[in-house]
Design a protein around this ligand. Structure first.
Ligand code: SF4
Ligand code: SF4
Length: 80
C-alpha cells in the first residue's frame, strides 16, 4: 500500500496504544460521513477541512468510519 501513497498517513493513538486511527489526508474530501456516523464522536474536521481524530481515546474500534468512507481515506486498527 505504501508505494501508492504520496504522503504518510496521519496516525492517532489512544492513550493505551491499543487503538490506532490512520487518515490519508489527500484521499479525504471532507465529506463528513465518518464524522457523522462515528457513534463516539471521535472524529472532526481539521483546519484544512480534512478529517482528524479529535478524541482517539473514545474510539471503540467499530470500524464504521473505515467501512463507510467512500474514498478509503480512514483506517482503524485494534491491538488484541
Ligand atoms: S468519510 Fe472519508 S472522505 Fe469523508 S470525511 Fe471521512 S475520511 Fe474524509
Ligand atoms: S472505529 Fe468507530 S468509534 Fe472509532 S473512529 Fe471509527 S467510527 Fe468512530
Amino acid at each position: 500500500m505504501k508505494k501508492f501513497l504520496k504522503e504518510e498517513p496521519q496516525i492517532y493513538f489512544s492513550n493505551d496504544n491499543k487503538k490506532i486511527i490512520k487518515v490519508i489526508k489527500y484521499f479525504c474530501k471532507g465529506c463528513g460521513i465518518c464524522i457523522h456516523f462515528c457513534p463516539k464522536k471521535v472524529l472532526d474536521w481539521d483546519k484544512d477541512f480534512k478529517v482528524f481524530a479529535k478524541n482517539p481515546n473514545d474510539c471503540i474500534a467499530c470500524y464504521l468510519c473505515e467501512l463507510m468512507c467512500p474514498d478509503f481515506a480512514i483506517f482503524v486498527e485494534k491491538e488484541k
